[in-house]
Design a protein around this ligand. Structure first.
Ligand SMILES: [Zn+2]
Length: 454
């Protein structure tokens, strides 16, 4: 009966809710610029990432990817689709604007069947068609420079510097930092593509669910750092499957080709990850950061105000509630793929455990902060023990740390902590060891400008 009902439902599209329709968000780039940008960034990515270099695997990914792309609504845009296999055990995948898709061997190995791998690829293709990368870049650029982007559009071309910056894979991390809304859209459109290609439309959500369950309590999968988990992911996908008319009668789940390719991938030699020999991100046309401007801009937070060189940019991290100030080229790709500060300062306000008026509250809170930092940075160590200082008349502690620099080599982190009613205010001044002397005076000048409300 259930099958009969499903079949009847199939024949009568009028009674079904319509599938969700999307249109790409605000974007100052043209689809052709997506392709140009993506192509440049993909060349960079191919240089930086270990590739599987297995013709069978590449051919398989390409035919699977093209089959799915054929069902993708692109609004008439022809993307040059390229599919690459990355020899990295991380369960991950990403797509650069314009259709350059990178699937990690870890994702192929973790997929239980072809439908799950197709689900991951369909999700990536959806990011391309909905142009989430350059939409994100549009928003980021507008937030950073305000009117800058408009003058670029009305000036007849999107700023060349922006294009250059984004075209470099590492500096272009912004192209892959999707919002949860974008993730949800890629899930829903990806599910439609799976459905239209005859695959089990539940496969993508099932794969994400499995990934989440397997990494519970551990570090979340790399996939979720590029593709943050939207709320009600599974429910949203199920809702869409209902709109599509429910599960198709004989959905495709697996294939002999997939099983063969998975075995071939499992047998590929594992490439050991080496620390990048050249400073990643600093090798681009931008070079080392420009010298700090002697003119300062002001930033006001509720717990403090601070001034910083006016040729530095402010970066808000809404998740950790920290604010960073960095010169151009000061933010690089960290080992986990996220943005990492190589030059600049990070200001953070963290809640204090226990009584913040206790005699040793500052010492304890500082110790807690340092332990938390060391947990995230296993190679970080204290170079100079905490010493008492004053900041805007308030008692504080000054601590020097040594850590691996995302620019290569070691970095010095000068940490100043002060207890305020809002919590522990920490200011971390960061520069590679080799350049630290060039920044020492700027850091001291920045600290001199810190004011706490009375
Ligand atoms: Zn995604």
């Amino acid at each position: 009966m259930a099958i009969l009902a499903a079949l009847c439902g199939f024949g009568a599209p009028g009674i079904r809710a319509q599938r969700t329709q999307f249109k790409p968000g605000w974007n100052v780039f043209s689809p052709q610029q997506d392709v140009n940008l993506g192509q440049k960034a993909a060349k960079d990515a191919e240089r930086q990432l270990p590739l599987c270099k297995d013709p069978n695997v590449d051919a398989y990914l390409t035919q699977l990817g093209l089959k799915l792309a054929a069902k993708l609504p692109t609004g008439g845009v022809q993307y040059p689709w390229e599919f690459h296999c990355v020899n990295d055990k991380a369960v991950n995948a990403f797509a650069l604007p314009g259709g350059y898709v990178f699937v990690y061997r870890g994702a192929i190995e973790a997929a239980d069947n072809e439908a799950q791998l197709a689900g991951v690829i369909a999700h990536e293709l959806s990011h391309v068609a909905l142009r989430h990368g350059t939409n994100q870049a549009t928003k980021a650029q507008a937030a950073q420079t305000g009117v800058g982007i408009f003058s670029a559009i009305f000036g007849g071309s999107v700023g060349g510097a922006l294009l250059t910056q984004l075209g470099s894979f590492t500096a272009g991390g912004v192209l892959l930092r999707y919002s949860r809304t974008a993730e949800s859209q890629a899930d829903v459109l990806g599910t439609q593509i799976l459905y239209d290609s005859g695959y089990d439309p539940r496969a993508m959500a099932q794969f994400f669910e499995k990934l989440e369950a397997e990494t519970k309590g551990k570090n979340p999968s790399e996939f979720f750092s590029d593709h943050p988990n939207p709320e009600h992911r599974i429910e949203r996908v199920e809702e869409e499957i209902d709109k599509l008319g429910g599960l198709p009668a004989n959905p495709k789940r697996d294939s002999a080709e997939f099983e063969g390719i998975k075995r071939e991938v499992l047998a590929l030699p594992v490439i050991k990850k080496e620390a990048p020999s050249a400073p990643v991100g600093a090798t681009g046309p931008a070079g080392p950061p420009p010298a700090p401007s002697p003119h300062f801009a002001e930033y006001q937070a509720s717990a403090y105000t601070v001034k910083y060189p006016d040729n530095w940019k402010k970066y808000d991290d809404s998740e950790s509630k920290s604010v960073s100030f960095a010169p151009d080229g000061g933010v690089m790709q960290g080992s986990g793929g996220q943005g990492a500060l190589a030059y600049g300062i990070i200001v953070n306000v963290t809640p204090v455990q226990g009584d913040s008026n206790a005699a040793n509250a500052l010492e304890n809170a500082t110790q807690e902060l340092l332990s938390a930092l060391q947990k995230d940075n296993p190679n970080m160590r204290v170079a100079r023990k905490s010493a008492r200082v004053r900041l805007n008349g308030q008692p504080g502690l000054s601590t020097y740390l040594v850590n691996d620099s995302p620019a290569g080599g070691q970095e010095t982190d000068w940490v100043i902590t002060v207890i305020r009613p809002e919590g522990l205010v920490s200011i971390v001044c960061v520069a590679p060891e080799k350049d630290y002397q060039k920044y020492d005076k700027t850091f001291a000048a920045i600290l001199d400008t810190v004011r706490f409300p009375k």
